[in-house]
Design a protein. Structure first.
Ligand code: FAD
Ligand code: SF4
Ligand code: SF4
Length: 481
């Protein structure tokens, strides 16, 4: 068979079709179309099959990218799916929302000169095809092992761990305070990046595997953490980080100034067909001048949601410049195409209005000398104050963890100075025996792909812990006879 690979010299990089900005502004549908099978095959064949694949090294899941690209190029899609799903519980999700420019694709060796292989789009194509052809099966175990696990949090970390443990025969119970599984996949990330049908499809599959979901149950409120520990042989905490960083100053308490996640959750809920929550009208950007404060991916999701809701104008205020913003450049570009105005080097100083916000008083900033971390400081420019009209202000300044030892009435749970849970980095165990933790609650706000990785690693360690505990108690029983 002729070598189908190394086609990067002949075939240019082609991502799946992206809908034009005017069309995508009008709805919340995903902006990238599915890969056409022939194009996926051709794009996979661009890979040069590196001996040391830097794409794989920089994928948090160490996905076997060159091999599944080769199988795709050869049309052996079922094998490509087997390989891809062996290291990733949700490849179609990571393929859609990983910041590939910072991970696998940003480190593809053909990037310099030929533009990278479209790894994320091929990964998505493989698993979407696998679903269409019925190759994706629920992770039902061959036999039950009689042990039970409680997982707090149905985000990607909790769900990845749940699937791994269920496959090994554990009775897996997932508890979440929300009414749907998915965590930020469901209620944070907007539909135009990740269609909720994709998340619902995964949730159904996990239920089919026998995982039991206890939804609308907040641990620490509806069920005591101590009671949860009593119910299960081991517990995983995967509760994410939700305490929104706030912004003070004059007028900060006015109506119409809302945290990002409240805005995004309301929008996702509407998309899922839920009735608008109390104050829903306030959270609708239609007909409003919207200002979003922040420069990360959450801010990008907010500006693009506001555009789709029919805002009159959408401005993103960020105190540093374009080169120093934390958000993905791909998302900034998408936002600009959709009509968002970026106001770089600008910080809010006060909020204007009586009762309801009517504007933001802002100050221009300039970048100063680098601090100890190497990051340039930001300093206000004297006399640069100006006002921006705004009927809705969205604060997207990042998230910190809730104080779990207090919320769970478990003072023995040690936390770092940032409030994240301390775990042994090999065993993933917290300072409480039999209690493990994974995802954002350990790392701080991070990425879905890291949550999946942590969930998988924590599950493997929990398995080892429970097997050892079982062997020890069997040995004690024998000795006592
Ligand atoms: P989460 O997804 O936060 O899930 C935690 C779950 O725990 C939630 O369902 C919560 O309801 C539940 N919970 C919390 N406390 C309790 C309790 N006491 N009792 C019961 N349940 C509880 N990452 C990317 O890779 N790509 C992106 O494009 C991207 N976009 C993002 C956009 C936004 C707006 C945000 C906020 C984040 C984004 N991220 C993105 C980051 C990513 O979503 C997170 O890193 C990831 O979801 C963390 O997974 P997790 O399982 O640790 O926590
Ligand atoms: Fe790239 Fe993310 Fe897929 Fe890894 S999981 S190959 S980083 S898209
Ligand atoms: Fe293929 Fe790029 Fe990975 Fe090399 S780095 S194996 S060319 S995808």
């Amino acid at each position: 068979m002729p070598n189908r690979m190394l086609q990067f010299v002949r075939i240019p990089q082609q991502a799946p079709e992206k809908r034009d900005a005017a069309t995508r502004r009008a709805d919340f549908n995903e902006i990238y179309a599915d890969f056409d099978p022939e194009r996926a095959r051709g794009q996979a064949a661009r890979c040069s099959q590196c001996g040391v694949p830097f794409c794989q090294v920089h994928c948090p899941l160490a996905n076997n990218i060159p091999d599944w690209l080769k199988l795709t190029a050869e049309g052996r899609l079922e094998e490509a799916y087997e390989l891809s799903s062996a290291t990733n519980n949700f490849p179609e999700i990571c393929g859609r929302i990983c910041p590939q420019d910072r991970l696998c694709e940003g480190n593809c060796v053909i990037e310099k000169g030929f533009e990278s292989v479209t790894i994320g789009a091929v990964e998505r194509f493989i698993t979407d095809t696998a679903f269409q052809r019925g190759w994706v099966k629920a992770a039902r175990p061959r036999r039950e092992n009689g042990l039970s696990v409680g997982i707090v949090g149905a985000g990607p970390a909790g769900l990845a761990a749940a699937e791994q443990l269920r496959r090994l025969g554990y009775a897996v119970h997932v508890y979440d305070r929300h009414d749907r599984a998915g965590g930020l996949l469901m209620y944070g990330i907007p539909n135009f990046k990740l269609d909720k049908a994709i998340v619902l499809r995964r949730w159904r599959l996990l239920e089919e595997a026998g995982i039991v979901f206890h939804l609308g149950v907040a641990i620490g409120c509806d069920l005591a953490f101590a009671a949860l520990r009593q119910r299960h042989d081991a517990v995983l905490i995967a509760t994410g980080v939700y305490k929104a960083r706030d912004i003070g100053g004059p007028g900060a308490g006015l109506d119409g100034i809302v945290p990002a996640l409240q805005f995004l959750t309301a929008s996702n809920r509407l998309g899922l067909g839920d009735a608008p929550a109390v104050g829903g009208a306030l959270l609708d950007a239609a007909g409003k001048h919207v200002v979003v404060i922040g420069g990360g991916d959450t801010a990008m999701d907010c500006v693009r949601t506001a555009v789709r809701q029919g805002a009159v104008s959408v401005k993103c205020l960020y105190r540093r410049d374009r080169a120093n913003m934390p958000g993905s450049m791909r998302e900034v570009k998408n936002a600009e195409e959709e009509g968002v105005e970026f106001v770089w080097l600008t910080a809010p100083e006060a909020f204007l209005g009586e009762g309801q916000v009517s504007g933001v008083r802002a100050t221009r900033m300039h970048l100063g000398l680098p601090d100890a971390s190497g990051r340039q400081s930001v300093e206000p420019l004297e006399g640069s104050r100006f006002d921006i009209p705004a009927d809705l202000v969205v604060k997207a300044l990042g998230f910190d963890p809730e104080v779990l030892p207090a919320a769970f009435d478990a003072p023995e749970l040690a936390v770092s100075r940032w409030g994240t849970l301390k775990v042994d980095h090999h065993s993933f165990m917290t300072t409480l025996p039999g209690v493990f933790a994974a995802g954002d609650i350990v790392r701080g706000a991070s990425l879905v792909v890291w949550a999946v990785r942590d969930g998988r690693d924590a599950a493997a360690q929990m398995h080892q812990y429970m097997q050892q505990a079982m062997q020890q108690s069997a040995a004690v029983a024998v000795a006592a006879e």
